[in-house]
Design a protein around this ligand. Sequence first.
Ligand SMILES: [Zn+2]
Length: 219
Amino acid sequence: MMKRIVLISGGLDSTALLYKSRKDLGADAVVALFFNYGQKSYKQEIRAVAQLTGGIEVVVKDIKDLFSESRSSLIDETLPITKMVKGFDGYEFVSEGTEVEFRNGVFISCAISLAMQLFPTESVEIAYGATKMREPYIDCTNEFVSKFDGLSSLISGGRIRVVAPFLEKGKDEVWEIAKECGVPIFATWSCYDGGDSPCGRCPACLDRKILEARDANHN
Ligand SMILES: [Zn+2]
């Protein structure tokens, strides 16, 4: 039986992928993998994950030491995620330094090792929820996925593959999949910041607002 390890963050995209995987493969074939990498939003994310498991086994790994020197604003407490700057039409919020050094590469590498540990004989897919973006991060591109897929295939004799099923899908398509698959969207956490409620200003919050507004207009 094919197994699938889904990288999850408690956000909408990865939860949609988790629920879609459960629908396609069955809950017994799916394992959710969550990382504490020292992100500011760790507490909010793990709380969301606890509400979103949908009967799927969740593995939580603490790898925050690996990112102790990170200069990412998602991790470094001295760097704000959003800053107010003077723009063309007055002040506006901008986000800087939200990339985390080789984060998806580290996550996928850990997942490949975990796949070898948990499922020594089965076929396994490592799936992550990267979506199509206007200016994609390098680790959310076809080239990145296919290189990791080649590497995992090489070390496992083709048994372990790396896939990103939403790579050609826009955020709005993923939103529809989330609804179709019964994701409790209110329980997901997308914000990069660690406040009690979403900051409303970071890129994840802005994406979310656009989708919610579009959804409200449709209904
Ligand atoms: Zn936010």
